[in-house]
Design a protein around this ligand. Structure first.
Ligand code: GDP
Length: 625
């Protein structure tokens, strides 16, 4: 027992590639098994005249569990000198996924086992995708059965290249790729018989080097309501904080819905009453007003609530037997809420082998697919990029779990619909010169740097300085200023909800065109709603780079460069962002610059540094090839 908390890990990979053998070895080599256990199993095998297998350790633990002798085999513990680990066994996909995707269990790291001779099978690829689905970013690859290929370096290299390439396609990277023999115990806890050509870590060393999932406490508050209890006259709202922090006196908004109230107390049964709590803790709260709250709603800060949306694009991993197709009725579980929904369209099915997509009518068993669903009721949701917990979930048909999913995009953000029928008669013309050609000629890639932030935070100032400096450094950079465009492109738009969305959509379309033409479009535009920005991210994909120009409302109001806050406070301007209209701060921008803590020069440095990294020639070469 070392570190105060055991790091939960999962071990995945194709059947027979050696997962159970590796677990048996890990337990034995770290001294986690009771004395004599292995000897007894070896003796039993001998008596039965069969060779001993390290996987018998797992089998024996399971038998003992079934007889009520031993602990739950779904949580097996072992320790290194550095910390404790708990292996979350994956007893069948559906149950495991349900636990993982609804927050009941949360592995933070994984060991992906691959047989060096058989290489990556389709099942291995699926498991890699599952890790992506579960949000597990720390992955150790164990290339197993090295004894069977005589520890040949070229065999290891070929296997590890394949795995690394595949993971890269999923935007994942292995923390270490290790040649092992689980059966012999090579390179697991001990550096026994290390091949001379390998000087990397053992499995245990690689585990010890993992950081574990970052704390969710610094992200926006998300508290899914598990139950509401009546106690005397009081109503106590109970749940586990998934992300962020709260304290007595904070105002909470309950999504979906508009209602909000302040925290009157944080209740506890035995300890002294707390005044604050953070991610990972279970709490019971009372509110200062008697508003209606129910199970499944999500409490957040009023200005950083999740979306309330009914139409979502999901990337799902489907393991149901019956094909899934447009028109099917399903249930979506996200957080603790369940919603009746309908599959609106199957957009594409992903080829698990090379991750390319093809169109399909239906999603088959074990397919990975992008589908659009709509629900009858509003769902408190985020995209998977924005929120670990509200950005993933499970899909049920009847009582069966048939898929796990990531929320790719929230589709029903207020948005101007294209005029019906018009699009059909249009033939888009792209360009005579490709992005890659321009990148090669200009020495950088194109993209959109979207500077969002309150009025007065410094977007325009920074954007101007950045444009000037990029010009000096030979970048093709163009400035699109939201205020200026309101005089021209968007002169017909006001500040209502739909008009704000349209304002952002139009600027986004222009910026996209510039970016696709190899230029860097610097956009200075508040884009106050997260849903609008999520839409941009969805439309622009990798071209979109969000920069949060951050300053507190108090500071912006004190600066009041354009005298607008004074007018807004006097009521001369209505729906002014930050005062009489909502600004929803980005949860996961690519870059954040705090203009209230950094000098303008420092902010500019951060931006330039980011541009150099994100659009640098190394990437350009990759794009062009
Ligand atoms: P699982 O289905 O992934 O749990 O695979 P097992 O751990 O049950 O292993 C499947 C088979 O591969 C068993 O017969 C093991 O003895 C064998 N095996 C596992 N690891 C090694 C290894 O490092 N070398 C060799 N030669 N065989 C292994």
């Amino acid at each position: 027992m070392n570190d105060n908390r055991a790091l939960p890990i999962v071990i995945v990979g194709h059947v027979d590639h050696g997962k159970s053998t590796l677990i048996g070895r890990l337990l034995h080599d770290t001294g986690a098994l009771p004395d004599g256990k292995v000897a007894a199993l070896q003796e039993a095998s001998r008596k039965r005249g069969m060779p001993f297998e390290w996987s018998f350790v797992m089998d024996a633990l399971k038998v003992e569990r079934d007889q009520g002798i031993t602990i739950d085999t779904t949580r097996i513990r072992f320790s290194s000198d550095a910390r404790d680990y708990v292996i979350i066994d994956a007893p069948g996909h559906a149950e495991f996924l349900k636990n993982m995707l609804t927050g009941a269990a949360a592995a933070e790291a994984a060991i992906l086992v691959v047989d060096v001779i058989e290489g990556m099978s389709e099942q291995t690829r699926r498991h890699a995708f599952l890790l992506k689905l579960l949000g597990i970013r720390e992955i150790i690859v164990a290339v197993n059965k090295m004894d069977r290929c005589g520890y040949a370096q070229d065999a290891f290299d070929a296997a590890s290249r394949n795995v690394a390439d595949y993971l890269a396609g999923l935007d994942l990277a292995a923390a270490a790729i290790i040649p092992i023999s689980a059966r012999n115990g090579d390179m697991i806890a001990h550096r026994s018989v290390p091949p001379s050509w390998y000087d990397g870590p053992t499995v245990l060393q690689a585990l010890d080097a993992l950081a574990g999932a970052p704390s969710e406490a610094d992200r926006p508050l998300r508290l899914p309501v598990q139950d509401v209890y009546k106690f005397d006259e009081r109503r106590i709202i109970v749940g586990r904080i998934d992300a962020g922090r709260l304290r007595v006196g904070d105002r909470l908004r309950f999504s979906p819905g508009e209602r909000s109230a302040r925290i009157a107390s944080i209740e506890s049964w035995n300890a002294q009453a707390a005044v604050s709590a953070a991610a990972g803790q279970s709490v019971g709260l009372t509110l200062d007003e008697d508003i209606f709250v129910e199970r499944g709603q999500v409490a957040s800060a009023p200005d950083a609530a999740p979306y309330a949306a009914a139409r979502l694009k999901l990337r799902l991993f489907h393991f149901g037997h019956a094909p899934l197709q447009a028109g099917d009725a399903v249930k979506l579980q996200i957080g603790l809420a369940e919603h009746a929904a309908t599959v609106e369209a199957v957009e594409s099915v992903v080829d698990i082998n090379d991750l390319t997509r093809r169109s399909a009518e239906a999603v088959g068993r074990n397919d990975i697919a992008d589908v659009v669903v709509h629900s009858r009721t509003a769902i408190a949701v985020e995209t998977a990029v924005e929120g670990r917990h509200l950005g993933r979930g499970i899909l049920r048909r009847g009582y069966h779990i048939v898929a796990g999913f990531l929320v790719e995009a929230v589709l029903d953000a207020p948005q101007a619909a294209p005029v019906a029928g018009v699009a059909r008669h249009i033939t888009p013309v792209t360009s005579a010169v490709s992005h890659a050609e321009r990148s090669a000629a200009w020495g950088h890639a194109g993209g959109v740097l979207w500077l969002t932030g309150l009025s007065g935070a410094g977007k325009s100032t920074l954007a101007l300085a950045l444009e000037r400096e990029l010009f000096r450094r030979d970048y093709r950079a163009v400035l699109l200023d939201g205020d200026s465009l309101r005089r021209t492109l968007n002169a017909d738009l006001g500040f209502g909800e739909a008009e704000r969305a349209e304002n952002v959509r139009r600027i986004g379309a222009v910026a996209q065109h510039l970016a696709e033409s190899g230029m860097i479009a610097i956009v200075a535009c508040i884009a106050p709603r997260r849903s609008h920005r999520a839409r941009l991210r969805h439309e622009l994909g990798a071209l979109y780079h969000e920069v949060y120009v951050k300053a507190s409302l108090e500071i912006c109001e004190r600066r009041d460069v354009k005298g607008l806050y004074v007018k807004a406070r006097r009521g001369e301007i209505t729906a002014f962002t930050g005062v009489s209209d909502l600004y929803e701060a980005p949860a996961a921008p690519e870059l954040e610059v705090g203009t209230d803590v950094l000098t303008p020069g420092e902010c500019l440095e951060h931006l330039l540094d980011y541009v150099d990294r994100a659009f640098r020639p190394g990437d350009v070469r990759r794009l062009a090839s």
